[in-house]
Design a binder for this molecule. Structure first.
Ligand code: ZN
Length: 132
């Protein structure tokens, strides 16, 4: 397993980590298989979505905010329940096929680290699974 860090810069921050993940795959020498990207946090997650128009990221963040407002009738005493709920909605891992030594992503796809209680320094774990 390889681990890299992500520094987020605001409470909600969707950061493109495609390059970091591709670099782990490239250095590994894996040619065929799968890449599991895992976020070991409770108020951040990972997703795959459009990497061409940055407005898509803004729309995802703003829609999640409307669905799960920061201030709500929450019970969790830490005061960041919205971040926990958003992280569960996007999920904590993504699996991307690897073929010919490269991530198999669609033309418009990128891998996004999803911060919901930043800014913080976060970890991302990448596990490579050989296959054919
Ligand atoms: Zn909490």
């Amino acid at each position: 397993m390889e681990t890299f860090t992500v520094r987020t810069s605001s409470r909600t921050d969707l950061k493109d980590i495609t390059g970091e993940v591709a670099s782990v795959v490239g250095k590994s020498g894996l040619t065929e298989g799968a890449c599991v990207v895992y976020v070991p946090h409770t108020t951040a997650g990972v997703t795959i979505n459009e990497n061409a128009d940055p407005a898509v990221r803004e729309d995802i963040a703003s829609t999640l905010e409307r669905m799960v407002p920061w201030n709500g009738p929450y019970r969790h005493s830490e005061g960041n329940s919205a971040a926990h709920v958003k992280a569960t909605l996007v999920g904590f891992s993504a699996t991307i096929p690897v073929q010919s030594g490269r991530l198999v992503l669609g033309t418009w796809q990128g891998i996004y680290f999803c911060e919901f209680d930043g800014p913080r320094t976060r970890k991302v774990h990448v596990t490579l699974l050989p296959g054919r």
